[in-house]
Ligand binder design. Sequence first.
Ligand code: FAD
Length: 99
Amino acid sequence: MLGGGLAGAGCALELGDNGIEVTLFDRNDYNQFQPLLYQVAGCRLPAEDIARPHRTIFKNHATVRVLTADVLARSLWSTRAAPCSDSSPTRPTAMRWTS
Ligand SMILES: Cc1cc2nc3c(=O)[nH]c(=O)nc-3n(C[C@H](O)[C@H](O)[C@H](O)COP(=O)(O)OP(=O)(O)OC[C@H]3O[C@@H](n4cnc5c(N)ncnc54)[C@H](O)[C@@H]3O)c2cc1C
């Protein structure tokens, strides 16, 4: 699954509730509730009120695997993605996952 945003995280939770194996790719390691972004921009809410780490969201869903990676290309047979890492200012070489 590509994207752990509103739709992706919701879908992965439903599938995980039913024990279905999911590999979720997102370039960020958190889910962000965009409709309240302006509240954070206006200092009316702290950022953590509208963003939750994927590891927290899926901590009780053993069948959901989250990979923090920038997806570059997707085909029916494989996904090409560059892993994201805070410690590396430049993106490492793209990798290929086959599913
Ligand atoms: C300021 C603002 C206010 C809004 N207000 C409302 C509202 O009041 N009511 C309403 O119904 N909707 C609102 N929306 C729209 C709503 O937020 C979106 O419709 C919804 O988030 C779309 O869900 P999504 O899962 O498709 O995308 P997103 O929630 O944007 O998730 C996409 C995910 O995919 C990841 N991703 C994208 N490309 C890649 C890539 N190449 N590799 C790896 N990861 C990738 C991103 O990091 C992100 O986590 C608002 C949006 C904004 C920006």
